[in-house]
Design a protein around this ligand. Sequence first.
Ligand SMILES: Cc1cc2nc3c(=O)[nH]c(=O)nc-3n(C[C@H](O)[C@H](O)[C@H](O)COP(=O)(O)O)c2cc1C
Length: 209
Amino acid sequence: MTTANARWEETISLGVIAVSQQSGSMKKLGICIPYFSGFGHTKRIAETIAKAIGDEARLLDVESLSDADWQALDQADAIIFGAPTYMGSAAARFSLFLEQIDTRWEHGLWKDKIGAGFTTAIHPSGDKLAALQRLSIFAAQMGMIWVGPTDIGAPVKPDHPGLNRDGSWLGLMVTEQLGADEDLLSEDLETARRFGLRVLAATQRWNAQ
Ligand SMILES: Cc1cc2nc3c(=O)[nH]c(=O)nc-3n(C[C@H](O)[C@H](O)[C@H](O)COP(=O)(O)O)c2cc1C
């Protein structure tokens, strides 16, 4: 089985029908992942999501956006927003990016793009939900179509230990293991990988002709 086929097989197992696979013609998608990361954790999650998506993904550090990056955002089929939770909300540096959209809101430039979001924090709650609400409300204001994770892990599904440990469906939550050698758990990285595939499949389906 080719890698591409294997990937689609998995998207189907995630509960999304790969419509374009049936027709054989697949439009090349643009999926931008703008992120801010003060200490590298959010960046590693962004990279994990991008790797799961493959060629269609474009990582964008919001601290160094070029004109070409803004153009990629404007042309993207999907945007996955990544911000750490700082003081109970999306980090201020990421919010600054959200407020740099200029006239994109009034011209509906990001309308009908798929939107999704993820956040990292130290605490199991850590008020991460407020950060995801910040991201999803922004997407709603922009007229985007919000997509969340669908994984249900333990204890409801004991055969999926560690998957979606924080039980979040508005967006992806990752809890950093402060002081541990592996400060991002493999279970969280796997949840992030599956979240990337979920957004890819939803974007493909939304853009199917
Ligand atoms: C200024 C600041 C505020 C923070 N506020 C929270 C918080 O409200 N809740 C929480 O659980 N963790 C909080 N943390 C911890 C970070 O969310 C956590 O370390 C995260 O993994 C950092 O991501 P980054 O490495 O991408 O910057 C905070 C960290 C900093 C530096």
